[in-house]
Write a protein that binds this ligand. Sequence first.
Ligand SMILES: NC(=O)c1ccc[n+]([C@@H]2O[C@H](COP(=O)([O-])OP(=O)(O)OC[C@H]3O[C@@H](n4cnc5c(N)ncnc54)[C@H](OP(=O)(O)O)[C@@H]3O)[C@@H](O)[C@H]2O)c1
Length: 295
Amino acid sequence: MRSPARLALNNGVQMEALGFGLYKVPPQDADALVATALGEGYRRFDTAAMYGNEVGVGRGIGGAIGDAAEANTGTGAGGSGESVHTLSREDVFVTTKVWNDDQGYDTTLRAFDTSISNLGLDYVDLYLIHWPCAGRGLFVETYKAMETLYREGKVRAIGVSNFQPAHLEELMQKAEVVPAVNQIELHPWLQQTRLRTLHEQLGIRTEAWSPLGRGHVLADPAILALSEKYDRTPAQIILRWHLQLGNLVIPKASSAGRIKENIAVFDFVLDDADMDGIAGLERHHRTGSHPDNVN
Ligand SMILES: NC(=O)c1ccc[n+]([C@@H]2O[C@H](COP(=O)([O-])OP(=O)(O)OC[C@H]3O[C@@H](n4cnc5c(N)ncnc54)[C@H](OP(=O)(O)O)[C@@H]3O)[C@@H](O)[C@H]2O)c1
């Protein structure tokens, strides 16, 4: 496998284009899955307070970087064989997110303290507002708290998730720090063209959640045909498409085989006609909630 590509955020922080997603990973499995992913070359992990697995994620990372494991478990256990203690904190990139119920200035600061304590880390690489929850009217205040954390050096970058154009426009009028990332549902059946264009104009990286459409898009006949043409799995075709679009991408998988498969996407290229073909698969189909319905 060739090395995963790295992308620069708008503040110069570098992150690997492909990371590992941990939504719906049970807390007791997170440690071992992170260790497996580290062993397969993943260096970037996407969790959230709401996922309930930050402690396990921290243990998996801590097992590979040593000190944090001691802080978290007192044992240094939890790594994956050879990768244990071979990495430093700087080699690993951790994203977590403030949950809806914690929106607000003081509550966000407290939620952050809980998250880094759960993770057993001194800082987080990227901290996101999980959903705008526009009905609560708190996302600007929440973001102000994140700007404080950023200035204090407790987070290397800040951003948002599930923000629609109107939310971004309101935030941009009041924020001092341009969000580095907007993490949104994005896959061949929901291509988010308008948001991707807006992100480009604003200098915000697009991160694709449910990049495989939670597995549903893998059975699309056009993806299956490309799988045959390139002799790659459907998941690899879709992940390659994301990378060629410039998306940050965080597939989740539960087995060592799939974890390995999903990162083996740096040694082939989809040609322009096939990129255009996938562009034609848009169905405006969501596998998750519409941001306007989450409050
Ligand atoms: N910000 C947000 O609001 C938000 C919302 C949702 C997700 N996310 C983030 O995005 C990450 C990814 O999204 P997601 O987990 O919803 O969906 P996803 O990554 O698109 O798809 C995961 C599903 O695809 C299956 N899968 C993975 N690799 C496969 C392969 N090579 N072949 C066949 N099936 C494969 C997985 O099965 P197994 O698990 O059984 O292997 C799982 O059922 C999450 O884990 C989370 O970090 C963020």
